[in-house]
Design a protein around this ligand. Structure first.
Ligand code: NAG
Ligand code: NAG
Ligand code: NAG
Ligand code: NAG
Length: 227
C-alpha cells in the first residue's frame, strides 16, 4: 500500500470516529413542539381540571426527540431559577398554562425543563433560554396552532370535521411539512388532544414529523375529528 492509501485510510478512520463522537454527544435528532387542546386535556384527565379550560391549543412542551429508540429525558436535576423568569412569567402563563392546575404553572414549566428542555443543548442553552425559545416560536414565529387554524377559518365549534382539513391548514403554515396528531378515546368518544410541529435538531427548519402513531396505538386519530 502506498502512502496515499495510508493517508486515505487514516482519514476515513478519523472521520468515522468524529461521526460516532458527534452523534453520541448530541443526544437527539429533532424537536417536537407539542401543543395541547385544553378541553380535551381536561376531558381525559382522571381528575377534573380545577378551572374551566379555554378553547385553545396551548404549549405542552418543546421536546428534543430521536428517530429511533427512546427520547432523551432528565438531563439535569437543577430546578428552574424562578427569579430569572419573572419578566417572562406573564407571557408564559398565557401560552404555556398548567391546564390541570392553574395555581401551579411554575411546577409545570419546571417539569418540562427538567424532563425535556435540559436535553436540548445545543440549541437550548439554559432554562430561561428554553422558555424564551418557546415564546418566540408560539408568538413571534406564529406557531400558535389555534391561530393557524383560525386563519384557515377552522374555529373550535365542537363539530366533527375531516382531520385532513386540519392537517392541510397546518401544512400551509409550516412549509408543507407533516404535523403529528394525538387522539384519545373515552366512553366511545374520541378527541384530538395534541398537535406537534417538528423542526430539525438546530430548530432552523420544519421537517415532516417522524414516528406517527400507528394503527393499533390508542393515540391514533380517526379520519373525522371533533374540534
Ligand atoms: C424522568 O423523570 C420523570 C419524573 O421524575 C420520570 O417520570 C421519568 O420516568 C424519567 N425518565 C427517564 C428516562 O428516566
Ligand atoms: C441527578 O441526581 C441523581 C441522584 O443524586 C444522580 O444519580 C444523577 O446522575 C443526576 N443526574 C444528572 C443529570 O445530573
Ligand atoms: C442563557 O442562555 C442565553 C442564550 O445563550 C444567554 O444569553 C444567557 O446569558 C444564559 N443565561 C444564563 C443565566 O446562563
Ligand atoms: C393564539 O391564537 C388564538 C386564535 O386566533 C388567539 O385567540 C390567541 O390570542 C393566540 N395566542 C397568542 C398568545 O397570540
Amino acid at each position: 500500500m502506498g502512502i496515499t492509501g495510508m493517508i486515505h485510510i487514516v482519514t476515513m478512520v478519523f472521520s468515522l470516529i468524529v461521526l460516532i463522537l458527534s452523534s453520541s454527544t448530541v443526544g437527539y435528532d429533532y424537536f417536537q413542539f407539542t401543543q395541547q387542546y385544553q378541553p380535551a386535556v381536561c376531558y381525559f384527565n382522571p381528575t377534573p381540571c380545577k378551572d374551566p379550560p379555554d378553547k385553545l391549543f396551548t404549549v405542552h412542551g418543546l421536546w428534543p426527540s430521536n428517530l429511533n429508540g427512546p427520547h432523551p429525558e432528565n438531563c439535569t436535576n437543577a430546578t428552574v431559577n424562578s427569579q430569572r423568569i419573572t419578566n417572562i412569567q406573564a407571557q408564559l402563563k398565557i401560552i404555556w398554562p398548567n391546564v390541570l392546575d392553574r395555581t401551579n404553572h411554575v411546577g409545570f414549566w419546571n417539569k418540562q425543563w427538567i424532563k425535556h428542555g435540559s436535553c436540548g443543548n445545543p440549541p437550548i442553552m439554559n432554562d430561561t433560554h428554553y422558555f424564551q425559545t418557546v415564546i418566540n416560536m408560539y408568538i413571534t414565529q406564529k406557531q400558535n396552532v389555534s391561530g393557524i387554524l383560525s386563519k384557515a377559518k377552522i374555529e373550535p365549534v365542537g363539530g366533527k370535521r375531516p382531520l385532513v382539513d386540519i392537517e392541510n391548514a397546518i401544512r400551509k403554515s409550516i412549509n408543507n411539512k407533516k404535523p403529528k396528531f394525538k387522539c384519545q378515546m373515552k366512553n366511545k368518544v374520541t378527541k384530538l388532544v395534541e398537535i406537534s410541529l417538528c423542526s430539525d435538531g438546530s430548530l432552523t427548519q420544519f421537517i415532516n414529523c417522524p414516528r406517527p402513531f400507528l394503527p393499533g396505538s390508542p393515540y391514533l386519530c380517526p379520519s373525522d375529528i371533533e374540534y
